[in-house]
Design a protein around this ligand. Structure first.
Ligand SMILES: O=C(O)C(=O)C[C@]1(C(=O)O)C=C[C@@H](O)C=C1
Length: 114
């Protein structure tokens, strides 16, 4: 039996889905640029890669936004946690590089008088 033809409406919907997927990838790329800098500043300042209290704020805020906008809040939280787990992995790698002295170019100059 031949494949049934794809309705034109589905093809139109797929074009918009592709646009949204592209926007999500661009947004994630920009988010990771910001969190990479956060990771560098944390490594320089001796702060831990993860911040559970900040994450509690994110969860509360995003749960409200998801509920208001009709997105399953459990899905919103799973998506946030997936992204943040990757951010924390990056932060740990950055911190390990600082500790190994491989990112000293990004460190402030040594204060030899203290
Ligand atoms: O805000 C921070 O402290 C971050 O490191 C960023 C971020 C995030 O990706 O939003 C990542 C890890 C922390 O546990 C909390 C938040």
């Amino acid at each position: 039996m031949a494949n049934p033809e794809m309705p034109a409406e589905i093809l139109g919907l797929r074009r918009s889905i592709d646009n949204i997927d592209a926007a999500l990838v661009h947004l994630l790329a920009e988010r990771f640029k910001l969190t990479r800098r956060v990771g560098e500043l944390k490594a320089q300042g001796g702060l831990p890669p993860a911040d559970p209290s900040r994450e509690d704020q994110q969860i509360a805020r995003l749960t409200g936004i998801a509920t208001e906008s009709g997105l399953d809040p459990a899905f919103a939280e799973a998506f946030r946690a997936f992204i943040v787990a990757e951010v924390i992995r990056h932060h740990e790698l950055i911190a390990a590089e600082y500790e190994a002295g491989r990112r000293e170019g990004d460190l402030p100059p040594l204060d030899t008088f203290s």
